[in-house]
Structures are given as structure tokens and as C-alpha cells.
Design a binder for this molecule. Structure first.
Ligand SMILES: [Zn+2]
Length: 293
């Protein structure tokens, strides 16, 4: 079992990939156990789970066609997206940063939840009638889980559709298109003001820390869940790298639904490879033992 060292938590607010250092000693043979991909075995575990924590990442959004602006292709116009998603960039040029987020919001108007989002939301609603709980912990800021009907949702990186005042910190929902009249043309987003402060997207930027209240709630859920699903994010990439190993360390089954497997996958009980819109729905559909559906 590999625990995340404390220094890794420094990166918790960042969208950079976080690699989990492997602590294998030289010369000591490592026992590599393969996680199971037996769906019937997973279904058996699923049918008994009372509290399910679902951790989702960029892969789920990607299957809805949402651009992630990560890696080599992560450009918006001539700027690398990761250079716009910082407090420094916003301080320097709030208009440009708002234009970037305006663009991302507009893109989302054309995107819909995919079968993975819908299956998670349906599972939550169904299990809640049986006194069982599903919570979703996501790094995605596109609100597709919310759109699909998920209620128990922790958006640890915030939302494209929330704004926060730079001065007083007040947070508000904003689904307007455009987000402010100035952005309809080439105007300045300095018009987006509140209490004389400047409104910014309520998302966690590079170099910023997560909301400690949200993180505290997430930690509680991870401590009491009896099944954890990691969906659309590999277990060496944040946030699964931060959360899933601590669940597995309690001896709680963790099931990964992802395009690829990684060395960290071996810490988990199950791994289902492929697009999560294909692998997840049958895995969490109504089980024959569920009397109330
Ligand atoms: Zn304010």
C-alpha cells in the first residue's frame, strides 16, 4: 500500500497530474496482484454496499466531448490554458481570463451528460430509497453530474457556473450567457463587479488550495464509505491518487473504471478497462437483490 506523502498534498489544488511515488525497496521482489475484472464479483460487493463514494475525473467529462485543456494540446487561442488558470494571470489581465472562462461556459451549453453521469445519478436516486447513500466527489467543473441529477455532489475544484467576489469572497451562481454583457463583444470584464470587488470564476486555480470545508466533508465520506468507485481518472492522477489509496488502506474495496491501468491499480480490488460510459452503467444497475427500485 502506498500512502501519499504529505508534500503531495501541497498539490491538492492543482490540476497537474500528481504521480504517486512508489516506495519499493531495491532488490525486494514486489508482489504484483492483479485486480479483478470479474463483473459478477463486483456486483456482489456492490449489492452489499451501504455508502458508496464515487470519485470522478476528466475522463468522464471527455466522454461528453468537454475539452480538458490539459497536456500538450491545452491551448486556448495562443495561450496555454494552464497559464490562464492562475491567480497571477487574473490579477494581470482579468478580462482575458474571463474571456477564457466565458468560452468554456459557452462550450458547455452544447454538452450533455453521458451514460456514466446518468448511471451514477440514477444509482444515487435508486439506492437512497433503500436507505443507502451515494456521494460523488469530482474534480470536474462543468456541472455535468449536477445536470444528470446527482444531488450528493462535492465539486472539489469548484464550478464554471459560480462566481466569487475577489474582495468579500461571496459566491453566487451564474448561468447567464454571456456571463456579463461586456463579454458579448470585446469589452472589459471589469464590469463584473460586486461590492466594488471584482468577480472571478469560483474554480480552484493552479497554486491555490482547495476549500477546506469541502475537503473536510470529502474526508468524512471517504472515512465511512464501504465501497469506492474511481471513474474516468487513473489512480496515479489527482484526485484519485489522493483519495482512493486511503480508502483501500482501510481494507475497503475500490473499483476503477478507466481507459488504462497503472501500477497503482494493483492496490485496488477491481479494475474495469474501457470508456466509463460503457463499463459503468451495467456495473451499478439495479441488482437482483434490490427489492426497492
Ligand atoms: Zn464582494
Amino acid at each position: 500500500m502506498t500512502f501519499l506523502p504529505l508534500h503531495t498534498r501541497r498539490f491538492a489544488s492543482q490540476v497537474y497530474c500528481v504521480l504517486v511515488p512508489r516506495s519499493h525497496k531495491k532488490g525486494v521482489p514486489v508482489e504484483m496482484t492483479r485486480p479483478s475484472s470479474n463483473l459478477a464479483d463486483f456486483r456482489d460487493v456492490f449489492s452489499k454496499a451501504k455508502r458508496i463514494a464515487v470519485i470522478t475525473g476528466a475522463g468522464v467529462s471527455a466522454e461528453s466531448g468537454v475539452p480538458t485543456f490539459r497536456g500538450a494540446g491545452g491551448y486556448w487561442r495562443k495561450w496555454q490554458a494552464q497559464h490562464l488558470a492562475t491567480p497571477e494571470a487574473f490579477a494581470r489581465n482579468p478580462s482575458r481570463v474571463w474571456e477564457f472562462y466565458h468560452y468554456r461556459r459557452e462550450v458547455m451549453l452544447t454538452k450533455s451528460p453521458n451514460p456514466a453521469h446518468l448511471a451514477i445519478a440514477e444509482c444515487e436516486a435508486r439506492l437512497s430509497k433503500q436507505g443507502r447513500k451515494v456521494v460523488v466527489i469530482t474534480q470536474n467543473i462543468d456541472e455535468l453530474h449536477r445536470k444528470a441529477g446527482t444531488r450528493n455532489l462535492y465539486e472539489i475544484h469548484g464550478s464554471l457556473f459560480k462566481t466569487r467576489c475577489n474582495t468579500c469572497g461571496s459566491v453566487g451562481e451564474n448561468y447567464k450567457s454571456p456571463v456579463c454583457p461586456a463579454l458579448a463583444g470585446k469589452g472589459k470584464s471589469r464590469f463584473i463587479i460586486n461590492c466594488n470587488g471584482l468577480l472571478r470564476p469560483n474554480v480552484v486555480w493552479f497554486g491555490e488550495t482547495l476549500d477546506s470545508n469541502v475537503l473536510g466533508e470529502v474526508e468524512k465520506e471517504l472515512d465511512i464509505c464501504d465501497l469506492c468507485l474511481v471513474v474516468g481518472t487513473s489512480s496515479v492522477v489527482y484526485p484519485a491518487a489522493m483519495f482512493a489509496p486511503q480508502v483501500a488502506a482501510r481494507g475497503v474495496p475500490v473499483a476503477e473504471f478507466n481507459m488504462e491501468s497503472t501500477p497503482a491499480t494493483t492496490s485496488f480490488t477491481f479494475h474495469f478497462q474501457g470508456p466509463c460510459g460503457t463499463t459503468l452503467p451495467p456495473a451499478i444497475a439495479r441488482h437482483e437483490t434490490e427489492l426497492i427500485s
